[in-house]
Design a protein around this ligand. Structure first.
Ligand code: NAP
Ligand code: GFB
Length: 328
């Protein structure tokens, strides 16, 4: 657990960040420490699974009773890339349902005034019109590759509406990030997402003089958001966003790239000189999940996303510099 506490005792805002030690949690830690700072009287507590197994109702209640948060950023989840989801849809469903039910009820019991949870653009209906927007979450079944995770995440939206309707207008909401990448990502090739997977594979291929093998055809399309940009937007949502309805946090549709283009960007940034091959025996997953960030743009017209190549370079540099300790 990491606590960031200002000198003053009474804290107008005591923020508990579940999943505080993961990719997004560490980005929030970085932005709080290096950019925003700790405001007068604030306290920020970043939890890992060693502080409490949030799949256990008793442990969850205990850690919430201990910290008595006024605000909660709920990131903790069973998370993984396409291939991990395809192997474990039941676990993704059950584990995330347990975590989400326990966290929201524990927040309610300590009278937290705000909870911001995390959905994902991959949970939207697979058969849909584009661009996807926030009103479309429940309009049809998700892609078969990650239906367990998708339905568990969709239930967060149901929880938020139910707590608002029944429990004295509880004001719990959610954000919907697109694919996230950055320092402290999960670089495990089997279980992680595409960008950390390609970065790790390029690193190994470079050392071994072997080809970089990109999985699938390379034709699917994705929007990628840098974890530090997501963290900056999360902090805005925590205090300024006033709707129970969720909000998509993503770069614009025009920033969508193919997996092939993403792989070429990794090759360029990692200065990989070897052969690049495509293993089309591996699944492509969802072809695209193009999301609109029009609602975000209405609220934050001047927010500037870090250019993709710059964000990718910072991520690659971090991975190479922290290879021994990185999750891989
Ligand atoms: P991550 O790097 O895998 O981190 C997951 C965090 O959750 C870790 O701090 C982990 O603790 C904690 N956690 C997992 N199981 C737990 C349990 N049973 N009890 C307590 N804590 C537990 O994930 P992430 O990429 O930061 O994702 C954060 C949130 O963003 C998730 O809700 C995810 O669904 C959402 N999201 C992610 C992406 C993406 O591309 N990464 C895209 C859209 C949405 P330990 O460190 O102790 O394991
Ligand atoms: O990030 P990713 O694993 O998940 O991307 P999704 C998968 C796409 O990248 C597929 C291709 O088209 C893969 O064929 N790909 C190419 C690779 N090389 C690699 C590689 O080395 N590793 C990986 N992982 N993919 C996830 C959802 O979908 O999106 C999760 O399943 C989560 O639930 C996440 O929400 C944000 O973007 O396809």
């Amino acid at each position: 657990m990491f606590s960031l506490i200002s000198p003053q005792l009474s804290a107008p805002m005591r923020v508990l960040v579940t999943g505080g030690t993961g990719l997004v949690g560490r980005a929030i830690q970085h932005v709080i420490r290096e950019e925003r700072g700790i405001r007068e009287g604030e306290e920020w507590i970043f939890l890992s699974s060693t502080d409490a197994n949030l799949m256990d109702a008793g442990e969850t209640r205990e850690v919430f009773q201990k910290h008595q948060p006024t605000h909660v950023i709920h990131l903790a989840a069973m998370v993984g890339g396409l291939f991990k989801n395809m192997r474990a849809n039941l676990d993704f469903w059950r584990n995330n349902i347990y975590i989400n039910d326990n966290v929201l009820q524990a927040a309610h019991e300590v009278d937290a005034v705000r909870v911001v949870s995390c959905l994902s653009t991959c949970i939207f209906p697979d058969k849909t019109t584009y661009p996807i927007d926030e009103t479309m979450i429940h309009n049809g079944p998700p892609h078969k590759s990650n239906f367990g995770y998708s339905y568990a995440k969709r239930m967060l939206d149901v929880y938020n509406r139910a707590y608002h309707d029944q429990e004295r207008g509880r004001f719990y909401t959610a954000v919907i990030p697109t694919n996230v990448f950055g320092p402290h990502d999960n670089f495990n090739i089997k279980d992680g997402h595409v960008l950390p997977g390609l970065i790790h594979k390029a690193y190994i291929a470079q050392k071994e003089g072997s080809p970089l093998v990109v999985w699938g055809s390379g034709t699917p399309r994705r929007q990628f958001i840098y974890s530090l940009d997501l963290a900056r937007l999360f902090l805005w949502v925590l205090t300024e966003y006033q709707e129970v309805e969720p909000i998509i946090l993503s770069v614009g549709e025009e920033e969508e790239v193919s997996i092939k283009e993403a792989a070429e960007a990794v090759v360029e940034v990692m200065r990989f000189k070897g052969q690049v091959t495509y293993d089309t025996t591996k699944a492509d997953g969802q072809f695209k999940k193009t999301a609109s960030n029009a609602k975000l743009r209405q609220y934050c017209p001047n927010f500037t996303f870090t250019p993709f190549k710059q964000a990718l370079k910072e991520t690659c540099d971090w991975f190479v510099a922290n290879y021994d300790s990185a999750r891989k």
